[in-house]
Design a binder for this molecule. Structure first.
Ligand code: ANZ
Length: 772
């Protein structure tokens, strides 16, 4: 090993810190760029190699942007409420605040050792009362706007431990701690009405630039269905056969109603009927009980054998007056649509499977127009969503206390702003109580308070918020982290928001990403933030697997420790390897050999620089290749093709030998700097290439000189009405008509080219805009 990475890493990290090189300026004439990565949960296990993969990628972009002249905000903080700290406290009695503080220190040290260009002066910690004061304040805005409400909701209940479990504590249907099968239990919970925003959360996806797979997951999760509710009359109900009863179904296909051969009600619906006097058979009762104990996921899994029972009740098809059977079956869910369906085996796969299993009729009938069908049967057109309201309470200690007080006279009252935060009191036991209440409920001095409205005796809410609360708005706090009067000043928000690029895991697409978009839209409606979407662009990284391709896990002992990699190979090698290991969006296995390959590359850069420079005049061939390299690497970074950028750098170095002039070196070092910031600075300083600055980061990003670029291909931007829809890469010699014709065929373009094309604007080699 030739260069002393330990010395070099420490030297440049200290210099960046003392010179405050990465601090974002609040008042700057430069254009802003807000780059965000998901802040970690500071677990006791320390940083996982998955974290720095995402952070290095966005760090490379942040470093490039600064050199391009942007005022960059690239912050870091801690999403520090959560179950592991609490589980540890239950085991050891050590307060979660203490372990959290220690874990944060470890994470901070680890992140700093990798040389990320975070603005550490803006660090936030969701468990800091100065922070969660605003999380509570925002909850109160939801409450005051009527969007937070209390209702019965199902929770996971461990009958042995007698506690409510979070979804992540239920493993294969059993309690993670003791293995007892988990039951469902109804409990009063706080919910937030995210469903009121379903339409906007869906529609506004058109205004942001997210990876297509991210948009798709959000759309599916919101699950908008346009259909109709239609009533079927019921006859033959044991104990209630008065001809007055009806069942309402939800269908997206009223046009198929003529082919309905039976009706299916959900076990939940059956239960409510039984509760109001239906004398159901014992077979029906037994089926309903067993179905209700099962998870929806399990009930509706594809390929699962269909189960159900004939209720003996008959329904009358309002379209053709045919009498058909009513079944109860678990593939129909209680809390979607109306909890009952009209089954059309001719057109619906699940219905056909069910009909085949139970010998029910399948008929072949012509379709009718959607609207005609709805009209004829007196149905009502409706829109349904899969999205449910957000269950916002947990019976846990380590979370933000929900800042509400209950008074006999005034009901639920928000704790006034000047009494926030409602701080977590000290407890002795961190377990939920035997009846599933939060441990806060046992602390009388916390629970008993006075009503802010009438001054009479009142009781505090003892539930705490879910893990997703603090992360729903943290990016706003980074804009103005030390403000004690507001969560952030208007001017800070106006200068930084929206986030220009946000990278995070695919596992957060449907929860965190959706919650934070919703939260932000609500704040926007309240006039508290300047934009209705928080993130302009969302990208995502693939997971890092172990060398054998399986998931890294502590129990398998195959977890890679970033500290060891940094100690052995240095921060630059770790960083460049994380980006070189494979396409950024895809899962990739860790490889020690790959790490050695990168080390050889950095070593070569160092050795070459020691031999050089020999002359100050440029060698044409190298200069030529170097400028093409600048172009390719710059493009690759913009397109998240970090692995090909590094491959290109390696290729260049292999052919460069000793022909580089000092000005070529200046370009090369700046180009490699975002990937290997420590070594490139060290070499630049040695070669006298810092141009009077203290580090490379203060110099500008190299620009490829056009005369050195022989262009064989160009990337053409395809717009519709001025809006970017696609990019087309084509040989520069392609004829204009061919380009236009090809552009029209692109799926992303064709989708929007619905109307007549009024005009086609072509800027050769750059852009095609269809005006429709
Ligand atoms: C008749 C029909 C015929 C249907 C056909 C579909 C196809 P999405 O798109 O997911 O909203 N459905 C309604 N409520 C249900 C529930 N609670 N549990 C399970 N299935 C339910 O699907 C709506 C369709 O799913 C509805 O339209 C209904 O079946 C079924 F050729 O009605 B359809």
């Amino acid at each position: 090993m030739s260069f002393n990475h330990q010395k070099i890493d420490a030297k440049w990290q200290q210099r960046w810190e003392s010179e405050k090189v990465f601090e974002a300026a609040d008042n700057s004439s430069k254009p802003k760029q807000y780059l965000l990565v998901e802040f970690p949960y500071p677990s006791g296990a320390g940083l996982h190699v998955g974290h720095p993969r995402s952070y290095t990628a966005i760090d490379v972009i942040a470093r490039k942007r600064r050199m391009e002249g942007y005022n960059v905000l690239f912050p870091m903080g801690w999403d520090a409420f959560g179950l592991p700290a609490e589980a540890y406290a239950i085991k050891t009695g050590i307060h979660p605040a203490i372990t959290t503080k220690q874990n944060i220190e470890t994470f901070r040290r680890q992140l700093k050792s990798i040389g990320f260009s975070f603005d550490w002066s803006r660090e936030v910690d969701t468990t800091d009362p100065k922070y969660y004061r605003w999380t509570q304040w925002m909850f109160n805005q939801f409450f005051k706007a009527g969007l937070a409400y209390k209702a019965k909701a199902m929770i996971n209940w461990c009958p042995k431990d007698k506690i409510g479990l979070a979804n992540e504590e239920v493993v294969g249907g059993a309690c993670e701690r003791c293995g007892t099968p988990v039951e469902k239990k109804e409990k009063e919970q706080w919910l937030i009405a995210i469903t009121k925003y379903a339409d906007r959360l869906l529609a506004d996806l058109d205004t942001v630039d997210y990876l297509p797979k991210i948009k798709k997951q959000q759309q599916d999760w919101i699950g908008k269905s346009e259909g109709a509710e239609i009533e079927f009359g019921l006859v033959g109900i044991p104990g209630q056969d008065d001809g007055k009863h009806k069942v309402k179904v939800f269908t997206t296909r009223p046009d198929t109603i003529d082919g309905t051969t039976f009706v299916v009600i959900s076990p939940e619906t059956a239960k409510t009927w039984i509760d109001v006097g239906w004398q159901a058979s014992s077979e029906v009762r037994a089926y309903v009980d067993s179905a209700l104990a099962r998870e929806d996921m399990d009930r509706t899994a594809e390929g699962k054998e269909k189960t159900g029972v004939d209720t003996g009740i008959k329904a009358i098809n309002p379209f053709n007056q045919e009498q058909i059977a009513v079944w109860v079956a678990d593939y129909v869910l209680g809390h979607y649509g109306t909890g009952a369906i009209m089954a059309v085996p001719q057109h619906d796969d699940r219905d056909r499977e069910f009909a085949t299993s139970f010998g029910l009729p399948i008929v072949d009938r012509p379709l009718i127009a959607f609207d005609d069908a709805v009209l004829k049967v007196g149905g009502v057109k409706t829109t349904k969503y899969k999205l449910r309201d957000w269950v916002f309470s947990r019976q846990r200690y380590w979370g933000e206390p929900i800042p509400l007080v209950h008074c006999e006279k005034d009901g639920w009252v928000a704790v006034p702003d000047d009494q926030l935060p409602v701080e977590l009191p000290n407890v002795e036991k961190y377990e939920p109580t035997d009846n599933g209440e939060s441990p806060l409920s046992t602390i009388e001095s916390f629970v008993n308070t006075t009503c802010p409205t009438c001054g009479g005796p009142a009781k505090r809410e003892t539930d705490t918020m879910p893990n997703w609360a603090g992360s729903s708005w943290y990016f706003l706090r980074y804009a103005d982290p030390h403000n004690s009067q507001e969560f952030a000043s208007k001017s800070a928000l106006e200068s930084w928001m929206p986030v220009d690029l946000y990278n995070g895991g695919m596992e957060h697409t449907t929860l965190h990403l959706l919650y934070s978009r919703f939260w932000h839209k609500f704040l926007f409606d309240q006039g508290l933030v300047p934009t209705s979407e928080p993130y302009l662009r969302r990208h995502s990284h693939g997971l890092i697997m172990s060398e054998d391709g399986t998931k890294m896990s502590k129990s398998k002992g195959n977890v890679v420790n970033p500290d060891e990699v940094v100690a052995e190979f240095g921060a630059d090698c770790f960083r460049a390897y994380l980006l070189f290991m494979g396409p950024f969006e895809e899962p990739v296995p860790w490889s020690k050999q790959g790490l050695t390959g990168i080390h050889r590359f950095l070593d070569k850069l160092d050795r070459l620089s020691e031999k050089l420079p020999t002359s100050s005049t440029a060698d044409d061939q190298h200069t030529h290749a170097l400028h093409q390299l600048v172009e390719r690497v710059s493009q690759a970074i913009e397109n998240f093709k970090f692995n090909t950028a590094i491959a290109d750098l390696m290729k260049f170095l292999n052919s460069a030998h000793s022909g580089l002039s000092i000005s070529d070196w200046s370009i090369l070092l700046r180009l490699v700097n975002p990937f290997a910031p420590h070594l490139t600075n060290e070499i630049a300083e040695r070669l006298g290439l810092l141009e009077g600055q203290t580090c490379l980061e203060s110099l500008s990003w190299p620009i490829a000189r056009q005369e050195f670029l022989v262009k064989t291909e160009s990337t053409i931007v395809i717009q519709i009405n001025g809006k970017l829809r696609a990019n087309l890469v084509a040989p520069t010699s392609t004829a204009e008509e061919t380009l236009v014709a090809t552009a029209k065929q692109l799926p992303e373009v064709a989708k929007y080219l619905t109307g007549e094309i009024k005009r086609t604007v072509v800027v050769p080699g750059k852009l095609i805009n269809f005006v429709i």
